[in-house]
Design a binder for this molecule. Sequence first.
Ligand code: MRU
Length: 352
Amino acid sequence: MESIKFTKENYLFYLDQRLLPQREVWRQSKTLKQTYTAIKQLRVRGAPLIGVFAGYGFAICALKFSDNKDTFKKQALSALDYLKSARPTAVNLFWALDRMAKVLTQNITNNTIAIKKAFLIEANSIHKQDIMLCNNMAKQGLHLIKKSDRILTHCNTGFLATAGIGTALGVITGAHKKYRDIFVYVDETRPLLQGARLTAWELAKMNVPCKLISDNMAAYCMRQGLIDKVFLGADRIAANGDTANKIGTYNVAVAARYHKIPFYVVAPFSTFDVSIKTGAQIKIEQRMPDEVRKVCDRIYIAPKDIDVYNPAFDVTPAELITAIVTDRGVIYPPFKTNIRRILGKHDNIQNI
Ligand code: MRU
């Protein structure tokens, strides 16, 4: 159950998620451009995973940078900027690449061979840390799921979206080991169908009982009393708890509140961006019109030249969130105070 592999020869491989579930194809990323493109085209996706992948992608490209220190520094900074421009919303990408930038600053008096080595060590540490964060989130969220719970999820938050067992899906599959009778409703997640193609595939692989629904069925399922809880992930969480996640998350949150169904977000500390006060400051990625006009990048389901609006994410206001499950503990409202209290010891949270 892996979505990327890094070998001792410093080769970076990834499972091409655009081809799932029809084909399981592993590709190698050798250049900066290939790393950028894999992220941009969602071949590697999910907030935590793009951070881990970008860290490795940068570190292996840095092996070929100049041995002249000034040129090396320029090449490193420009490579980091380039990778950061692949996708704007998930903060984990910036978090991981800022860690690489910090390694550069801290090692600037060393020779380039030592700095290159330090990049690889840091990328590996980001990778290992993400695996651990996933395990911790699964432990922290376990008590929120009870026997026979029927859980709705949106997008994909499992091993395909992280380096470990996942965020929300990690909590769900962890709970399934304890309660074999829990049941998952999977939103298909248009336009790119991460729910149908990836989450349904992951759950089937793990023998977790589930049903696929189209996104517009969620409120009806709630009305029918089929859903006990909602668990999903996040791409960026502001200091007040406002949460950016896959487009359609906000619809689910509104419907859940109306039907008095608990709505849980699961995210590691690396998904918090306390430099922004509210979700209004989160940049929402706008994607290609053809993603909406077509299905699976193949069949047009709309006129080829129809005008399209395609925001990849939305922001759920904190007031609609019951709690945020993190690697450090479950955060309940008031979020602003409790995010600081529970996550305050992490580096990126210190300045709130
Ligand atoms: O566009 P994607 O597929 O990268 O979007 C992913 C999501 O929105 C996930 O829900 C989010 O990254 C949480 S992942 C553990």
